[in-house]
Design a protein around this ligand. Sequence first.
Ligand SMILES: [Zn+2]
Length: 408
Amino acid sequence: MLMTSLIRLTLGIKDHRVVCVTHADNELRVELDAKKNRRLPCSICARRVYPKDRLKARRWRHVSLWGIAVFLYYRPRRVNCPEHGVRVEEIPWSIGKKPVSFPLITVVAFWARLLPWDQVARLYNVSWNTVRSAVDAAVSYGRQREPYQGVRLIGIDEISRRRGHTYHTNVYDLERRRLIWSGAHRDKDSLRRFFQWWGAQRTAAIEGVCCDMWQSYIDVIHEYCGHAVIVFDKFHIIRHLMDAVDQVRKMEAKALAETTPELLKNTRYMWLKNPWNLTDLQKTRLTDLLQMNLKIVKAYLLKELFRKLWQYHRKRWAAKYLKRWFWWATHSRIKPLRDFAWMLRRHEEGILAYFELRIDNGLVEAMNNNAKSISHRARGYRSEHVYSLALIHSLGKLDLPQTKHRFW
Ligand SMILES: [Zn+2]
């Protein structure tokens, strides 16, 4: 009797009753039935109608009790709704056709945001597929309640998995700091899929898009969202510059290998780091090297000068400074920097757009680190789709379903 009332209480049911609870093969079998002479809600409009007939028994996995698997059994009723015709009743512990009860979905989805999925599976004595299914249901639940109204500024970034063997395209809401979409690959089609899902109406509301100088993305943004201002992400630009500086160091180290192989040894981070982050030893070494007539010194100084660009408040002054820097870099006779400068020239409009909207993907970088740890903790998201699902679940800030009874 106590068991029956506990189950009724935790399920929060009013129109249904627990017929019996039996224990066999180390599982608890809970049989439920609809109360007699009671109207049940239509699953579309929730209007209450007397039931007409019953369907075959369905089975739902429920929250385990002291490590014992619990299953709910019930024959859903059909109602003849005056508006929608013959429909299945709205079953309070069920979401759609999922074989997992609503409370179990809630509990598992809650922990799957924080823990590796295989651990959640072990904790609740369910299979990995049940966890996936619960997260899937939780994400659909959250998405239905999230119209994404008023998203003005988005950030697009790619994230690599499996050490760069596969990529995902992620789209972020920069103002509310959340992931709104994730899909496999980083080509035109991946971003097209985003815009197709996002739809014309929400696309019209987008005012600014922040991304890398990646032609595939740029083309698709022009295609779908031509009215928005494209801002090239400052952190990506800096990374391109760092790559150029590092290339110079490698070239020079190679040239010096015969005469003074020790000179540039272990200096890689010294040139790339911000000067105030260097150790005392590195500072001394840098000061010594800066006296020498080396290409890497020139590249280093140009890199430091470039940093000043972001300090401008007005676009006009930033544009002037960028022009000067372009002249210095193109006259430096250092090929990697000349190439970088020409890349800036080709993308000048989007670089200077920063001074209008002041958006960057800095937060995205932080979230991407999170996404990477999600990838680590997954230990086998078995498909690209599941990885996207896990990302949205953890970084999407979607509402989780709530149950009357808190199981954790
Ligand atoms: Zn109805």
